[in-house]
Ligand binder design. Structure first.
Ligand SMILES: NC(=O)C1=CN([C@@H]2O[C@H](COP(=O)(O)OP(=O)(O)OC[C@H]3O[C@@H](n4cnc5c(N)ncnc54)[C@H](O)[C@@H]3O)[C@@H](O)[C@H]2O)C=CC1
Ligand SMILES: C[C@@H](CO)CCC[C@@H](C)[C@H]1CC[C@H]2[C@@H]3[C@H](O)CC4=CC(=O)CC[C@]4(C)[C@H]3CC[C@]12C
Length: 410
């Protein structure tokens, strides 16, 4: 954004700001965005860590809670959301610059709640999403949250005059496809037959398309909307629940995990801190580089090594005391396919009685068992992204988190 506006304080909105990635984006903005004046954290479920911010060493002054009025709603004639809000007034890390943090409990599927949260924001980082590949939620709900929710965010930007939108997409909008074609160290321009059937990748693909298609639309006030989409591969790091689940499962099995996927199948992974940093940089550069970045997609990447899903997890779980048994998969692939299909059948049969949603199903098996890795420098070329965390740092941080998060489980 313009040099003359150097002193201008910007209002950022992060949807899904209390999720795994969202929390890292929020913390990254607070630490690394010098022009941040106000940060709105919008989520269906507000995390307790938001309250901890006020007592943390780098945070201060005061906070209050209740059915407060949102700070800027009347600006675009948008009604305030009928949701509980929590407001925190904080100071930045260096103690020199006050940043107002406003937590908003809201639902992206509710257009009026989204519009009220967006009103007056300069930049929206839309990470909220329903990440479900296990059959916990219905396809309809996944569509409502991921597609209608994104549509609501776009419309809110247009109605209220917010010009910059960064969308968290996913590698899943590309693949692996239903045919199991490998995507080996590809980039944003690599041809690939992106064919999906599962509700999650379908919803992410449609939402990404909506975001990119909205680039250039005139927002309130007549200026064009500038959008881009970031596509993380499998994110890992502090707060990664599936990693914690694997650790707990290993502990239950006496410290052993059993190889199911050949070591030769590469699965792309990226550290959450680097994904968050990429979001912050993309959001920062969208105005200055609108022509270049508007309507573009970027894979999220860093120095994390190319490994199979299981071997990669062992980078963290190994130092926590687990061992992966087998240089090759212990079960033949056809048996895994059978077990995955059985799980799907059981899920369907049991649904009226209980939710049965194991990690293994035909979709997760196909994703884990199909090579999908990226090799690109597009984000570096377009907006100067370099990973903030080295592989060694990312690994250490994740190990420390697994140990701390599961200490009580041992
Ligand atoms: N976890 C991963 O490996 C990857 C995730 N992504 C994308 O990154 C984004 C964040 O994912 P994670 O942090 O992993 O998931 P998460 O489930 O930890 O975070 C999503 C957040 O969105 C919020 N949310 C869900 N439905 C909502 C609604 N109706 N209204 C308001 N908030 C709602 C949730 O409460 C949660 O805090 C998602 O858009 C996901 O599709 C993309 C690639 C990989
Ligand atoms: C076959 C099992 C034997 O141990 C292992 C099953 C692992 C799966 C649960 C995961 C393997 C790959 C993961 C997905 C991948 O990282 C890409 C993703 C991107 C997203 O946008 C959302 C999450 C996910 C679909 C991720 C989900 C878990 C896996 C399928």
């Amino acid at each position: 954004m313009a040099d003359s506006a150097q002193a201008q304080k910007l209002v950022y909105l992060v949807t899904g700001g209390c999720g795994f990635l969202g929390e890292h984006v929020v913390r990254m903005l607070l630490q690394r965005e010098p022009r941040l004046g106000e940060l709105r954290v919008f989520d269906q479920h507000l995390g307790p860590w938001l309250e901890e911010l006020k007592t943390g060493s780098c945070w201060g002054s005061l906070w209050w809670r209740g059915c407060g009025r949102f700070p800027n709603p009347s600006q675009a004639g948008i009604p305030t959301p009928a949701v509980e809000q929590m407001m925190l007034v904080s100071v930045h890390m260096d103690g020199s610059r006050p940043v107002r943090v406003t937590a908003i409990q809201g639902d992206v599927t509710q257009a009026h709640e989204v519009a009220a949260a967006v009103a007056g924001a300069h930049v929206v980082i839309h990470t909220a999403g329903l990440v479900d590949v296990f059959g916990r939620a219905s396809p309809k709900t996944i569509h409502e949250v991921n597609v209608q929710g994104t549509r609501n965010v776009i419309e809110a930007c247009v109605q209220t005059g917010t010009r910059f939108l960064v969308y968290t997409s996913s590698m899943e909008v590309v693949g692996p496809n239903t045919k199991g074609h490998p995507f080996y160290r590809g980039n944003e321009d690599t041809p690939y037959e992106a064919v999906h059937r599962h509700p999650y990748p379908c919803s992410k693909a449609l939402a990404e398309w909506l975001v990119l298609e909205a680039n250039g639309r005139k927002v309130r006030g007549g200026l064009p909307l500038v959008t881009c989409a970031l596509r993380p591969t499998g994110i890992y790091g502090e707060g990664h629940q599936i990693m914690r689940d694997f650790y707990r499962q290993g502990l239950r099995l006496g410290g052993w995990l059993f190889r199911a996927i050949p070591a030769s199948v590469e699965h792309g992974r990226v550290y959450v801190g680097n994904v968050a940093w990429m979001h912050v940089l993309a959001a920062r550069e969208l105005e200055q580089r609108a022509t270049l970045m508007g309507g573009q997609v970027y894979f999220c990447y860093d120095g994390s090594p190319y490994r199979s899903y299981e071997d990669f997890n062992m980078e963290f779980l190994g130092p926590c005391g687990l061992r992966l048994v087998g240089a090759r998969p212990l079960l033949p692939y056809w048996l895994l396919v059978f077990l995955a299909a059985l799980n799907a059948l059981l899920q369907w049969l049991l649904r009226p009685l209980v939710l049965y949603a194991p990690l293994l199903n035909p979709y997760t098996l196909a994703v884990a068992n199909t090579t999908f890795t990226v090799s690109t420098d597009k984000a570096q070329r377009h907006f100067g992204y370099e990973p903030l965390f080295s592989w060694e740092d990312s690994r250490t941080r994740t190990i420390l988190w697994v140990q701390a998060a599961t200490g009580s489980a041992q």
